[in-house]
Design a protein around this ligand. Structure first.
Ligand SMILES: Nc1nc2c(ncn2[C@@H]2O[C@H](COP(=O)(O)OP(=O)(O)OP(=O)(O)O)[C@@H](O)[C@H]2O)c(=O)[nH]1
Length: 547
């Protein structure tokens, strides 16, 4: 359903554009008069021609966005003709007169009546409708394998239902909620369809993960055409599959994409902001390119959307400055510009950008291009910064992100709590039940932390069975309450082994508060939390201690 208040706001912006157009046309009329009064081929005339070209360029970029496609196209044509005239030293007077009279006609009677209303985004929310706990529907004909997968998923807090493979073709039960994720034996499914590509449309909205005995290209191609998010070969490496599955489900919980928009035209910026916000994104508009570094540090965008032609600093120069910072190497930069010259586009791209969208761009294209980039960048970032087994931040990434968060807490004056957690007598778990079971305990610990802590908290796998967390903007008393619940919940988990035995584990916790007024480093705070953890271990384990 479309959000009518956003539609009304977009319509209001369109009306503002029409009002501004009258002023723009008056300004261009004045420029045309000045050009005619100036000495032909004089510096003065060239200067004013340049100004007129810039105004036409802006009109070409904005008119289409507000639905006035024909006006935008004609402005672009006139801009290109003027550009050609300006890039040659001099050319026929008649040609110039012809362009100028075309512009005069265009602004005297701008083609507004034949316009389409600005397109409205079909995608109204990028946020998944599912909420945790996540449900997984498993379609595996082999009961033993199915039970094994179910058993290994149990400590992660996911609901795992089973269904026959034929249920894939009949679709979800009417009235029942769509599972967050389908985990399907592809070979068994293709046996049901005699090898034909199964129709997945009834499961749209569920993530699809498949496994197969085949690693052939044709089989993988068929899976790609079905839109699967993960493909595993058999025999199934269950811990690896579970790690992937947890990542897919986690990605559904990612915070909304944060888009930094650098655009000097306020009306366009407002239009893009509304369209992206309606699609579930958080948008920060920056009209001063010189403030970009501070804004990036503060807002932490997932993507920068850059206008190319801005009065003070060009978009490609901004991109080049951003790329000077090593930590911003993977930040996606996308231009959105009325520039259609392919050579200029390529030159701008070489300065470190990832994409080029040519204005006018439809709202749907804008949303889909941005979502595709953000999702890909998030996947890459996850691979680089996260531990494959648990999905938590790696040691070095935790320290890096922790330092940034502490800096932010100092600027904004809130306090943070740093926590160290360690599974008790973990060596015994490995020695008694085997390393694979030990891995399951580590994963369960990670999942529990992710479920209990907030999205904004940082959680890292600090060492083998040692975890670190930074709870942002959190009072010590709240942290104590939260971690006490984590400790108790962990002690309640029943771990089942392949041999049918069950066991439980406990956890020791050390925590300390970071005072925003004291400039302590993340390393110093972790040391203090670690000492508190050591005290808890010495005092008998399965307890929490603070310093
Ligand atoms: N299964 C598994 N074990 C790991 C992993 N990383 C580290 N370990 C094991 O974790 C154990 C840690 O043991 P210790 O540091 O001696 O401590 P502990 O047995 O947990 O005892 P306390 O911390 O004193 O309660 C070692 O046996 C490591 O081999 C891992 O990724 N998987």
């Amino acid at each position: 359903m479309k959000d009518t208040s956003v539609q009304t706001q977009l319509q209001a912006l369109r009306e503002q554009f029409m009002t501004r157009l009258q002023d723009d046309c008056a300004a261009m009329r004045e420029l045309l008069d000045q050009i005619e009064r100036a000495e032909p081929d004089s510096d003065r005339q060239t200067l004013v021609l340049g100004e007129l070209q810039q105004r036409l360029h802006r009109l070409a970029g904005t008119a289409g966005t507000f639905g006035f496609t024909e006006l935008g196209d004609q402005a672009r044509l006139a801009e290109h003709r003027l550009d050609a005239r300006l890039s040659q030293a001099s050319s026929g007077c008649a040609e110039l007169q012809d362009v100028l009279s075309t512009v005069r006609q265009l602004i005297a009677d701008p083609p507004l009546s034949s316009s389409q209303p600005a397109s409205t985004p079909a995608v109204t929310s990028a946020v998944s409708p599912h909420s945790p706990p996540f449900s997984i529907l498993l379609m595996e004909p082999n009961a033993e394998l199915a039970e094994d997968v179910q058993r290994q998923l149990a400590p992660f807090g996911f609901t795992v239902e089973r269904a026959p493979v034929s249920a894939f073709l009949t679709g979800p039960d009417p009235g029942s909620a769509l599972p967050a994720l389908l985990f399907v034996n592809l070979d068994a499914l293709l046996a049901e369809t005699d090898g034909a590509e199964p129709d997945t449309s009834q499961w749209a909205g569920s993530s699809l993960l498949v496994y197969s005995a085949s690693d052939e290209f044709d089989q993988r191609l068929l899976a790609a055409r079905m839109g699967v998010e993960g493909y595993f070969t058999q025999p199934l490496d269950i811990p690896r599959a579970i790690g992937f599955l947890v990542r897919v489900l986690d990605s559904r919980q990612e915070p909304e994409p944060r888009i930094l928009l650098v655009e000097d035209d306020e009306l366009l910026a407002q239009h893009f902001s509304k369209v992206l916000q309606q699609a579930g994104m958080e948008v920060h508009w920056e009209d001063d390119p010189q403030a970009i570094i501070e804004t990036v540090a503060e807002f932490q965008p997932d993507l920068v959307l850059l206008d190319l032609h801005m009065p003070q600093v060009a978009g490609d120069e901004v991109a080049a400055v951003l790329r000077q910072y090593e930590m911003l190497t993977t930040l996606p930069i996308m231009y959105i510009s009325a520039e259609t010259d392919q050579q200029r586009q390529a030159a701008a791209m070489r300065r470190g950008a990832d994409d080029f969208l040519t204005k006018p761009v439809s709202d749907d294209t804008l949303i889909m291009s941005i979502m595709a980039r953000v999702e890909r960048a998030r996947e890459m970032r996850t691979l680089i910064s996260r531990d494959g087994m648990t999905g938590l931040l790696k040691h070095s990434s935790f320290l890096e992100a922790g330092a940034v968060e502490l800096e932010r807490s100092r600027r904004q004056g809130y306090s943070c709590v740093v926590v160290m957690l360690d599974i008790d007598h973990f060596k015994r778990v490995n020695d008694t039940w085997g390393h694979a079971t030990g891995d399951t305990v580590i994963r369960a610990m990670a999942t529990l932390l992710r479920q209990r802590l907030r999205q904004t908290d940082l959680i890292g796998r600090y060492g083998g069975e040692e975890f670190a967390a930074l709870l942002a903007d959190c009072a010590l008393a709240d942290a104590v309450e939260l971690l006490e619940a984590v400790r108790q919940r962990f002690a309640d988990i029943d771990f089942n082994t392949e041999s049918g035995d069950a066991f439980r584990c406990t956890l020791s916790i050390g925590l300390t508060q970071a005072d925003p007024d004291r400039k302590e480093t993340i390393g110093a705070l972790i040391d203090r939390a670690d000492q508190a953890l050591y005290d808890a271990k010495r005092a008998g384990r399965n307890r929490r201690n603070q310093r």
